[in-house]
Design a binder for this molecule. Structure first.
Ligand code: XIL
Length: 374
């Protein structure tokens, strides 16, 4: 079992994993599926329980994080103890990490990303990179630079190469392309699809090109396509599935698919959950690794009834991953309601994460723990 745990993270810093295993063994943890399953029941899980319960299931437990919050003691303590993976919520996006043109003496800004990697390494966590290509967070110098198609292609190639080389052996997996499809399954029009001359009118060609460049830049990294509202079987997930099937058939270096899972309580019905399970299964059959990458369950209020319904859905989603062997990670989009993106983007909604704004565990925490332990 220990061997398979190692093999699952071929590109992660082995020293980090060695430290993780050593720490786990020192805690008396048994690294065998099932054997270490913490008992559910009256006793509240001890600090760090989520991550340990995940390790026992071979599921990485992640959170999106921001380096600015690391100075908050509660934030750092929970992130560093309860999670085995982190991902920059914004700090590895194009506009943040590559804010100036390549003609500038200092085109890149790795400060935030480097701080997150350093935190992860000192807390035996692995790091997921997010994201190399997205229609959002494209800096003005790219949008307004008047570049020709070949120049834009060169900018993109250089970006992928520089960022991935910088984080080689530190970031084990990348969301190479994020949100490239519309809800109806057609390709989304973005600067990267329309203009660099490698995409428009050529379907998924620019995604293929990006994956090939990414593989060249860091052959050890796991390469993901990531999207939202593709959890169920629908037009968008159908298109992603067709792309993934085609890529696998032709040896395009795609290792996994990330399902963001930004959901509301509406997802909690048997038909939806069954559709998600079926969808995960068809992607798994292609030989892909699956990850839940941006989980949150937004609410309209923080009543006890809402928090309990939220906990139920968190538990069910965790179970979906546990029951699907190809599902290797459950990552929430942040972890405290104090720093969640939801109130800003979904007016009137919030309370979406496992800890409240005062860093107190919510019922959803226990439900995820129970889902892993079950
Ligand atoms: C969001 C961040 O949480 C916000 O802080 C930022 O202002 C906008 O982006 N899908 C994604 C993430 O892939 O990158 C988005 O993150 C949320 C939706």
């Amino acid at each position: 079992m220990m061997t398979s745990w190692f093999q699952r993270k071929p590109s992660a810093d082995s020293a980090v994993w060695l430290r993780t295993i050593t720490a786990a063994l020192m805690c008396g943890m048994v690294l065998q599926s099932g054997a270490a399953a913490p008992q559910t029941g009256a006793a509240a899980p001890a600090a760090g329980a989520l991550r340990q319960a995940g390790e026992a299931r071979h599921i990485t437990i992640g959170a999106a994080a921001a380096s600015a919050h690391l100075a908050e003691p509660d934030y750092a303590a929970i992130l560093g103890s309860e999670f085995s993976q982190l991902q920059g919520e914004n700090e590895m996006k194009f506009g943040v990490i590559h804010p100036r043109p390549d003609s500038d003496p200092n085109p890149y800004n790795f400060k935030g990303g480097d701080a997150l990697v350093a935190f992860a390494q000192s807390h035996t966590m692995v790091v997921r990179g997010h994201t190399l290509i997205w229609h959002n967070n494209v800096p003005d110098w790219v949008k307004n630079g008047g570049y020709s198609a070949p120049q834009l292609a060169e900018i993109l190639h250089g970006h992928i190469k520089t960022v991935m080389t910088h984080y080689a052996s530190k970031v084990y997996a990348w969301d190479v392309v994020n949100e490239a499809f519309n809800d109806d399954g057609t390709m989304r029009h973005t600067i990267w699809y329309d203009q660099p001359g490698i995409g428009a009118g050529k379907g998924t060609k620019y995604i293929e090109q990006a994956l090939r460049w990414a593989h060249e830049a860091d052959p050890g990294a796991e390469l993901f396509y990531n999207d939202y509202d593709a959890e169920m079987i629908n037009q968008k997930s159908d298109s992603i599935y067709q792309m993934a099937k085609d890529f696998k058939k032709r040896g395009v270096p795609l290792n996994g698919v990330g399902f963001q899972m930004h959901v509301s309580l509406r997802y909690d019905n048997p038909a939806t959950l069954a559709s998600i399970a079926k969808n995960l299964e068809r992607f798994a059959k292609l030989g892909l690794e699956l990850q839940i990458t941006e989980l949150d369950v937004r609410l309209d209020d923080s009543s006890a009834a809402s928090l309990s319904a939220q906990a139920k859905l968190y538990g069910e989603i965790t179970t979906l991953c546990v029951q699907q062997p190809a599902c290797k990670a459950v990552q929430t989009w942040g972890f405290t309601d104090k720093h969640s993106w939801i109130p800003q983007f979904y007016k009137g909604q919030g309370w979406a994460l496992l800890w409240d704004e005062k860093y107190q565990k919510k019922p959803a925490y226990q439900a995820v723990f129970d889902g892993l332990a079950r």
